[in-house]
Design a protein. Sequence first.
Length: 339
Amino acid sequence: MFVGLQVAHCCKKETIEDRYTRVMGNRYHAGGKIVVVGSSNTDLVVRLSRLPRPGETLLGGKFATVAGGKGANQAVAARRAGGRVSFIGRVGRDEFGERALFDLARERIDVRGVSRDHSTPSGVALIMVSARGDNIIAVSSGANGRLTAAQIVRARKIFSGAAVVLLQLEIPMPAVCIAARLAREAGARVILNPAPAIPMSRALLKNVSILTPNESEAELLTGIRVTHEASAARAARRLHEQGVGTVIITLGSRGAYVSSVSMCERVAANAVKAVDTTAAGDVFNGVLAVALAEDRSLRDAVHYANAAAALSVTRRGAQSSAPSHAAIRRFMIRGRKRS
Ligand code: ADP
């Protein structure tokens, strides 16, 4: 067992969920509530001089355990940026699941919507990285893959009062669809980050307020190769035709192309020296949700998300690279825009 998961308190064991309630009480943040529905994984990373060939055993690697999963990454990014965040997901009754819950609760994310699976292990990714930066990744979705529509319905109270609900596609599609529907019924704005990109029904897309693919996801969803602003605009139009009101295509170091009723333009990225772009998209989405929950305009929200994501690429890691509210503000005052 990982230490500190159940805290002895007044002679009775305190669960992580109880602890969240005790620590957070009724404290509110600047913006409305954000609900993230998605995956949480544990990444088991071995760094080696080179990648082993099939059947080969290589000694001498350095090992690290890193919290991951797009849902959890985006929840942490939103929380660090000052959002009031609830997470809905599923983990196994194993040490990885305990640890994932503990890490989220430590960030002061409400984890009361996370269910536990008795028969399926938590999601893990086995990652090998060579000195040249090449990698091999094997993912077992585990309990993430068993998040059902019924469990989302059971957690429906969490959507009540939410300003923004943030979704990705690393959990089963029925769970994504019902979450989008319940979110809309609760009056929340729905951001869907379609990663990994898989075909989506019109019924789902009609409940999505903002779709946020990156370039390759936009290409997979539309068949249009996104290489510059004109092709981004074409891909966004194709997605509007499928029923989405606002499309934001993230363009890596070139920022993000925004297509909505009020604006159709690229918002330039901030000029930084990129060290590690892992989870840049997750930081972008988490911080976009915070800015919209604070009632900022779409343009301001994208500027803010661009700044946070640029800052994250100057740091190593996924969740570890998500910047704080104060760091984003400081960076926005000092930062430079690319052309
Ligand atoms: P993903 O990580 O999903 O592939 P992108 O690569 O499009 O997504 O990056 C998401 C966002 O991160 C971009 O819209 C931009 O704001 C920021 N970003 C990514 N790479 C850089 C970079 N090299 N310099 C500045 N900002 C970056």
